[in-house]
Design a protein around this ligand. Structure first.
Ligand code: NAP
Length: 283
């Protein structure tokens, strides 16, 4: 069996086009364009590249770019004051604090200051609690991107067996909660799981979010399963996922590549979350 390869780049483009048309509709109705504050502290080159790319994404779809750049020397209190100012600013609908913050600052404590209705990364304890309880709120972007791919490719979730490998606050844990919300039967594997391959081989939907290239071999894949590889590890051979792609693709029905699978979805879902937040605040 040759799996269908999920095209994350095309799907991300479709999401951006959808967001752009939602913004045209909002502004035609007299509302202002949604605003996203990206907060970058310091000059870490990788963080600067990520923030620049998010700002380009805003410009492309019509989100107002409310970027803030603080120096590496900024104190916890100064960054906190900037976040609080963004919380109060009526023209800002979404706030993204780029992590990691420089040494000496407490990124988790700063993230927790973001107002839940502006938490477009979905990473504050309040957003995580809302997701855990199944109440409405903003959800983290990468898990949302995975769901978007599954929905677009018509993957049924209700009643199916889903296994998520990885339990980080960023990906594995919220994704498991989202799949549970969609009535999948969800198992989470982690570094202490025994017989990981046997557990994974039960899955109709297998998601790997670990960061260990090639951890998931063909023996983890049930014939006909959907395999989603969230893992991205930068190596000398380029970007590698957690899944042994060729071997897994011979057993799966649907599979994401790395790169070009889940990766492009994350920034697209940030834009979607910003519009979702703006609509909710306008109500
Ligand atoms: P993380 O915080 O390091 O979490 C990794 C998880 O994998 C942990 O829960 C860990 O278990 C588990 N794990 C480690 N070794 C394992 C093993 N041998 N067997 C089973 N589970 C194991 O990483 P993350 O932030 O979730 O990111 C995971 C991967 O996704 C990384 O490659 C990252 O670059 C990528 N990522 C991609 C996107 C995207 O947009 N595509 C977004 C975010 C992250 P314990 O909890 O037991 O330690």
């Amino acid at each position: 069996m040759a799996a269908t390869i999920i095209d994350g780049r095309a799907e991300a483009k479709r999401v951006r086009a959808r967001v752009a048309s939602e913004i045209v509709e909002l502004t035609a109705g007299g509302a202002r364009a949604p605003g996203l504050a990206t907060i970058l502290v310091g000059d870490d080159p990788a963080s600067a590249i990520y923030v620049a790319s998010k700002r380009r994404g805003c410009a492309e779809v019509g989100i107002a770019d409310r970027h803030r750049h603080l120096p590496t020397s900024a104190t916890q209190e100064e960054v906190a004051a900037e976040i609080e100012a963004c919380n109060r600013d009526p023209e800002i609908d979404g706030i993204l604090l780029q992590l990691p913050v420089p040494a000496g600052l407490d990124g988790a404590a700063l993230t927790a200051l973001i107002a839940p209705e502006k938490d477009v990364d979905g990473l504050t304890p309040i957003s995580a609690g809302r997701l855990a309880q199944g109440t409405p709120g903003l959800r983290p972007c990468t898990p949302l991107g995975v769901l978007e791919l599954l929905d677009t490719y018509g993957v049924a979730l209700e009643g199916t067996e889903a296994v998520v490998v990885g339990r980080s606050d960023l990906v594995g844990r919220p994704l498991a909660a989202l799949l549970l919300e969609r009535n999948a039967t969800v198992t989470t594997c982690h570094s202490r799981t025994r017989e990981r391959a046997r557990v994974c081989a039960r899955a109709d939907l297998l998601v790997a979010a670990v960061g260990v290239p090639g951890l998931i071999g063909a023996d983890h894949v049930k014939p006909g399963a959907t395999v989603i590889d969230v893992g991205i590890t930068r190596t000398e051979q380029g970007l590698l996922g957690d899944v042994q792609f060729d071997a897994a693709a011979r057993r799966a029905r649907l599979i994401t590549p790395v790169p070009g699978g889940v990766g492009p979805m994350t920034p697209a879902m940030l834009l979607q979350n910003t519009v979702t937040a703006a609509r909710a605040r306008a109500r």
